[in-house]
Write a protein that binds this ligand. Structure first.
Ligand code: PLP
Length: 488
């Protein structure tokens, strides 16, 4: 392909991307394909001779796109949003021009420096303490692939810091603390690192968030048994219900155990830190005071396309001491002089994508006000759904208080007189299966302390109030039909 062919193919691709977004609403949210559909449609080996780019692009349209789930669809209310933007696509396109793995500053100074700057911008947008700024030269921010990697790296840094203090502690005595509501990233990190994980049970009456006193009790018990808790993952905005751990209580408790690292997973809710009115509720002051590391996924609610996960550390030396391996071929004079950041020492991979470009395009195009408007809009759309649920107590109920743009609901016990708790769960499973059969809307389910329920999250940029009204109509009609089906 030469540049003229690239120009033609590129214009065609941009036209198709625009058509895709312009016609998104007319499409079903979910694809109607069966498992293995693509394997049947594609040859079992690559072509022997190169093919025309137009033929490939047409096949992409005809074969690949029909199997794509539309996370940006206005009626996508599942998981958490992937609220990527056109600005982000442009940023990614330009980033692809710089096809380099900028792992050291000298490998591509602009890649490192734009990441330094945009991570400071994002820290400022989110109201994070200057301790986390790259420009302060002690802490700093780095873009990782995802929140799971951020958590794992925080754990690796925490372990290294702990073992420097207590070099004789055997690995099998180390314990990672999470709660039963922490994302599976905690258990996965334990699995990968071969470390024990303890998941604190959390009470529904505490809004499913961890209390400082419960933490203290278990630390003391574990220590008495010879165990060494060395890191805790506190979540601000859990996946199931948007619960926010009591970071202030956890932080105060950890003041008595300063060797235990506090990592904050705010993968989804962190985007709401951009609005000053939500910071107190999101425990940002406590994060600023106590957290050793924080993660916010720009690629969830934060307007940037996958993958782009922000990680800030209070003291970069803990990350680099844990991760810096510098064979002669990776040395550089700037790195040796310690005057630059070499991001390879802040992450798992050596080569890294130029992710800050898309973050830069987004932050500049939206500005602080545009970013805040997106967050406030998503929350007010979610409130419409909550209001409708509350208006129909004979049919539906909220299982826990709504959390920003996320609400968790189910068919209410009073909708079916004399139903047992197990039967109500069965009914709500049936209810979710019936919602899930639909292609025009997407929601996901969860379970909160044994209660089966359905989640509803807003955040797609094109969602309007009428999409919420239609979604509620579908949810209430499906609830009535599911009750009828269950009783019969
Ligand atoms: N943390 C929370 C609270 C999440 O909800 C999720 C995913 O939904 C994750 C972490 C995992 O994020 P990632 O896919 O970036 O690893």
């Amino acid at each position: 392909m030469n540049t003229e062919q690239f120009r033609r193919a590129g214009y065609q691709a941009i036209d198709r991307i625009c058509d895709h977004y312009n016609s998104m609403e007319e499409k079903a949210v979910k694809p109607s394909v069966e498992p293995g559909y693509l394997q049947k449609a594609l040859p079992s080996a690559p072509p022997t001779k190169g093919e025309d780019i137009e033929v490939i692009a047409n096949d992409f349209q005809d074969l690949i796109m029909p199997g794509v789930m539309h996370w940006q669809h206005p009626s996508f209310f599942a998981y958490f949003p992937a609220a990527g933007t056109l600005e982000s696509i442009i940023g990614d396109l330009y980033a692809s021009t710089a096809m380099n793995p900028g792992f050291n500053w000298m490998c591509s100074p602009a890649c490192t420096e734009l990441e330094n700057v945009t991570m400071d911008w994002a820290a400022s947008l989110y109201g994070l303490s200057k301790d986390f700024y790259n420009s302060a030269n002690v802490g700093g921010g780095v873009i990782q692939t995802n929140a799971s990697e951020c958590a794992m790296l925080a754990i690796v840094a925490a372990r290294s810091r702990y073992l420097m203090l207590y070099p004789d502690v055997p690995m099998e005595k180390l314990v990672i603390y999470v709660t039963t509501q922490t994302h599976s990233l905690g258990l996965k990190a334990g699995l990968v690192l071969g470390l024990s994980v303890y998941a604190f049970p959390v009470r529904t009456e505490d809004n499913l968030s961890l209390r400082g006193e419960d933490l203290r009790e278990i630390i003391e018990m574990d220590r008495a048994e010879g165990k060494h808790p060395f890191v805790i993952i506190g979540t601000v905005g859990t996946t199931s219900s948007g619960a926010i751990d009591n970071i202030d209580e956890i932080g105060e408790t950890l003041s008595d155990y300063p060797e235990i690292w506090l990592h904050i997973d705010a993968a989804w809710l962190g985007a709401a830190f951009s609005c000053p009115e939500y910071r107190e509720r999101c425990r940002v002051p406590a994060i600023n005071e106590y957290a050793d590391s924080v993660c916010v996924n720009f690629h969830k609610w934060g307007l940037v396309s996958l993958d782009c996960s922000g990680m800030w550390v209070r003291n970069r030396k803990h990350l680099t001491e844990a991760l810096d391996i510098t064979p002669p071929f990776l040395r550089s004079s700037e790195g040796d002089a310690g005057t630059v950041i070499d991001y390879r020492n802040w992450s798992l991979a050596l080569g890294r994508r130029f992710r800050s470009a898309k973050l830069w395009f987004v932050l500049r195009s939206f500005g602080v006000e545009g970013y805040q408007a997106h967050i406030r809009r998503s929350i007010s759309l979610g409130e419409i759904f909550v209001e409708r649920v509350r208006e129909h107590p004979e049919l539906l109920e909220l299982v826990v208080p709504p959390s920003f743009s996320l609400s968790v609901f189910r068919i209410a016990p009073r909708a079916v007189p004399d139903i047992s708790a197990d039967e109500l769960n069965e009914l709500n499973e049936l209810y979710y299966r019936n919602i899930d059969k639909r292609k025009d809307i997407m929601l996901t389910r969860t379970e909160l302390n044994g209660v089966h329920c359905v989640r509803f999250v807003t955040g797609a940029l094109e969602t309007k109030p009428h999409h919420i009204e239609s979604a509620f109509a579908i949810c209430s009609e499906t609830a009535k039909a599911s009750i009828k089906e269950y009783i019969e």
